[in-house]
Design a protein around this ligand. Structure first.
Ligand code: PEP
Ligand code: MN
Length: 376
């Protein structure tokens, strides 16, 4: 059960103290408090864990300082949607809203190779009004002999260039806890010209110790990629690890499943799960058409498979797109064959807008039909 307290409740005040005293007397119930400082208010949620079936919702609602009480199912306690659960389905970071109702594009380099390429990428993004990007510094590679990413050495120039071109959020994969300290250090060194969304890659979706560490910090939001060979439920539980440790700023990323059935695509595109994740949880949902499709194949209609897949995810209500671009894919050190060209950025963005408009029209259509069914 979750008790949602009145906004900005004073934890030194009488109501809070009386509430906590009462809760501490409940038999076989553990209490866990989560505080979330938003732009305007501080929200406090109290998680009651244990034998909560015997507790009355109405009695809990009547306790001092409690605004609402929600009975949660066993699954996805923190990130899940529950009956009468009106908790937010969005968060804000660096002035950008990430929600189940918004759409943000993170076009950028799969892996940082040269500062020149980073700058060309950032400039193109600025020219087309973008404020987010992806930049890989730590690359988990299949072979130990291939390029592993520039790591901490590239961070200062990546962050400076992001700041120079007005990029507010850089999605960046981390594979070890030390990477978070390196990112924090480089941001401090450069005067925090941008923000970072920590990415947990598909190979680390069930690296529980990494999840706990990333979840314990609340400074950076997290993009958690779905594991490519596990069930959706297992991946959603991985997101719950992050949230249960304290970090609610989690975006869930679909990136295709590893199976030969998906051939000739690199992975089997799983964007039909966009609405499923939105229904089961309150997380915004990201799609990664680059790592799903993995090739620059083009349909006879003239549209690249990657753009088709992106549009399919957006038409289904996706909230974020992670997509590989490169100014010179033939020189890219990682995933060149799936990179879109900078010249393709305006077409990609317009195509995404067309798909988003279609999605918004579909939502209005559903509302209209829903109302007419109720009226009938
Ligand atoms: C990536 O986005 O660079 C990446 C490696 O993705 P994934 O973890 O989905 O393979
Ligand atoms: Mn890649």
């Amino acid at each position: 059960m979750i008790l949602i307290l009145t906004p900005n409740i004073d934890t030194e005040g009488d109501a809070y103290k009386r509430l906590m005293a009462h809760l501490s007397r409940l038999q076989n119930i553990r209490v866990r408090v989560h505080r979330e400082q938003g732009a305007e208010q501080c929200l406090t949620e109290v998680y009651l864990i244990g034998n909560t079936a015997s507790l009355s919702l109405n009695e809990m609602k009547a306790l001092p300082g409690v605004e609402r009480a929600v009975r949660v199912s066993e699954e996805y306690r923190v990130i899940g949607r529950h009956k009468d659960d009106e908790r937010a389905t969005h968060f804000d970071y660096k002035g950008v809203r990430f929600g189940q109702d918004t759409l943000n594009v993170f076009a950028g380099l799969c892996a940082v190779d040269e500062a020149r390429h980073v700058e060309l990428m950032m400039r193109a993004l600025r020219d087309y009004g973008q404020v987010c990007t992806r930049m890989g510094a730590y690359k988990p590679r299949t072979s130990p002999y291939t390029f592993q990413g520039h790591g901490k050495h590239c961070l200062p120039y990546v962050f400076e260039l992001a700041g120079k071109y007005g990029i507010r959020v850089v999605a960046m994969e981390v594979t070890h806890e030390s990477h978070i300290d390196e990112i924090r250090g480089a941001l401090e060194l450069t005067g925090s010209p941008t923000g970072v969304m920590l990415q947990i890659g598909t190979r680390n979706t069930q690296n529980f110790e990494l999840l706990k560490i990333v979840g314990r910090q609340q400074e950076f939001p997290v993009l958690l990629k779905r594991g490519f060979g596990i069930t959706l439920d297992e991946s959603l539980n991985a997101a719950e690890y992050l949230a249960s440790e304290g970090n609610r700023k989690v975006v869930f990323g679909l990136r295709g499943m590893k199976t030969s059935i998906g051939e000739p695509h690199r992975n089997f595109v799983d964007f039909a799960h966009v609405p499923v994740v939105k229904r089961l949880t309150r997380m915004p949902v990201c799609i990664d058409p680059s790592h799903s499709v993995g090739t620059r194949s083009r349909c006879p209609d003239g549209i690249l498979d990657i753009m088709h897949a992106a549009a399919q995810g957006v038409v289904a209500g996706a909230n974020m797109i992670l997509v590989d671009f490169h100014p010179a894919p033939e020189h890219a050190l990682v995933d060149g064959p799936q990179a879109l060209l900078l010249e393709e950025l305006p077409q990609f963005l317009e195509d995404v807008s067309v798909a988003r408009e279609a999605y918004e029209k579909r939502v209005r259509l559903a509302e209209r039909y829903d109302r007419s069914l109720v009226a009938a």
